[in-house]
Design a protein around this ligand. Structure first.
Ligand code: 4AD
Ligand code: MG
Length: 453
């Protein structure tokens, strides 16, 4: 195929940005629409590089020869002259000199048609939905977010650590693990699981590299049937040494702002699409939120705010000792603070064993970042760096101390105050784009009872 070789020389985005008029170009892509007329026929091709299609103009002879095979979805390669276009929709078009059908697509049975269909329907054909406008934009944004996450950390000297997917411990101590087995034998001579977080493994590295992060898939066997929970999702977990909770929060805020603004700048057409078709007004709200300092409250203050809300009935009761449910998180972010808010210093009984106990013995130096429309997108903390306190907490949580021998070693050999956070990649994408269901921002969603493809 001539269009490839060392790269996508004539990718549609590049063509539209600056091909020289009168030059010969070769375009590969799939038919988005085709229109056949007596004198002139048009085919619009997309190749995934942007929201734009390129218009190909066919002569009556070319149209006649290929008409039956140029329906929506067909894969084609066109060579022609890059010419000023008569139509108002585009400045340039390809006047075809050669048209090749690379892969046929039967219009009768191809499930992706021009007519809009529901996102629910498209989930049943997740292998084909990347060919729709919505999923083209979603997965381009997912790619851009991921790229900027790496760029953000790499520019700041963080080391990317590949923490294991198969693990021996429950990093969150929440008992929501998928066990890894081959037949009845534990393959590794002991119980192993799909990781629910790379945090404990990345902590070993932070005590040697100062600034690290892990970014990869994580797994939770939790029976949460919501639009924000998946059994397999991607998490970004930075960890910093010689640092306290304030440092963790400052990093999280810088990180979210940089990654979001850079992604919006990289994908303007995709965000225009989301703003028109998915959630009008979302982009302005996101930009507004990113332009201001994020709010910050303690869990105690948050409970007080919620307790003072008049004329609202909660599904889960509000008051001392409450745990913040999604409805409370959303109230705080959407109605009270009207933007992202860090909630800090949760009761220790509500949070994981590794979080640093505050001097009062009741709360921990933890934080969740809540955003409008979603609720929690980040969970993080300063870690318990004191050996005796950590040992006591592991026992209090009813976890097997011996399993955490290596984690405790970190507190024996050059321990430091340190901390970090975990960001749910999908939830960030949902907040940015306005997509409402986590199943629609994951290439292959896995949720309780569902793992097709
Ligand atoms: O709050 P979580 O459980 O925190 C941790 O796992 C820590 N080890 C992170 C750290 O401090 N290094 O999860 C972090 C984030 C949540 O805020 C949420 O955005 C996302 O991961 N998340 C999920 N996303 C989709 N589906 C699920 N089932 C999720 N569970 C957590
Ligand atoms: Mg959490």
């Amino acid at each position: 195929m001539t269009a490839h070789g060392t790269g996508r020389r004539n990718a549609i985005t590049k063509l539209l940005k600056g091909a020289v008029a009168g030059g010969t170009v070769t375009v590969t892509g799939w038919v988005k629409t085709s229109r056949f007329g007596k004198n002139v026929s048009f085919v619009h091709l997309y190749d995934g590089s942007s929201t734009h299609t390129v218009q190909v103009v066919l002569t009556p002879e070319q149209a006649e020869a290929n008409k039956a095979r140029l329906g929506v979805g067909a894969a084609v390669q066109v060579t022609g002259t890059w010419s000023a276009s008569q139509g108002g929709e585009q400045a340039f078009e390809v006047q075809a000199t050669d048209v090749q059908i690379v892969g046929d697509c039967d219009p009768e049975s191809f499930p992706i048609q021009k007519k809009a269909t529901s996102l629910e329907n498209l989930r049943t054909i997740a292998h084909l939905r990347p060919r729709t406008n919505t999923f083209q934009s979603t997965f381009r944004v997912r790619n851009a977010v991921s790229w900027h996450i790496h760029r953000f950390f790499q520019e700041r000297g963080f080391q990317w650590v590949h923490t294991p997917i198969i693990t021996t411990n429950d990093a969150e101590g929440a008992g929501e693990l998928f066990e890894v087995k081959v037949g009845d034998e534990p393959f590794f001579g002991k119980k192993t699981f799909l990781t629910c977080s790379g945090q404990l493994a990345v902590e070993n590295f932070v005590q040697a590299f100062t600034d690290v992060y892990t970014f990869g898939p994580t797994f939770r066997a939790e029976h949460s049937h919501t639009a924000r929970h998946a059994a397999e999702f991607w998490m970004i977990e930075p960890e910093i040494a010689f640092a306290n909770l304030d440092d963790v929060i400052a990093l999280a805020e810088d990180f979210i702002k940089d990654v979001c603004l850079s992604t919006i700048a990289q994908c303007p057409d995709d965000f225009e699409f989301f703003d028109k078709r998915i959630e009008p007004g979302n982009l302005a709200r996101v930009k507004e939120a990113l332009s201001k300092p994020f709010a910050r409250v303690t869990w105690h203050e948050a409970v007080e705010i919620l307790s003072n809300v008049k004329g609202r009935t909660w599904e889960f009761p509000v008051g001392p000792g409450m745990s913040l449910q999604s409805e409370h998180e959303r109230y705080l972010a959407e109605d009270h603070f009207k933007g992202p808010v860090f909630v800090t210093n949760y009761p220790s009984v509500q949070k994981a064993f590794y979080m640093r106990e505050d001097d009062n013995g009741e709360t921990v130096s933890a934080t969740d970042l809540l955003v409008p429309g979603i609720g929690e997108i980040i969970g993080g903390s300063q870690r318990e760096e004191r050996l005796d306190v950590l040992e006591r907490r592991i026992k209090q949580f009813g976890l097997p101390v011996e399993e955490y021998w290596w984690y405790l070693d970190l507190r024996r050999f050059g321990t430091t105050p340190h901390g970090g956070f975990g960001l749910g990649l999908e939830r960030l994408i949902m907040w940015l784009t306005g997509m409402k269901n986590i199943r629609d921002v994951l290439p292959y969603p896995r949720t309780p009872g569902s793992a097709e493809f």
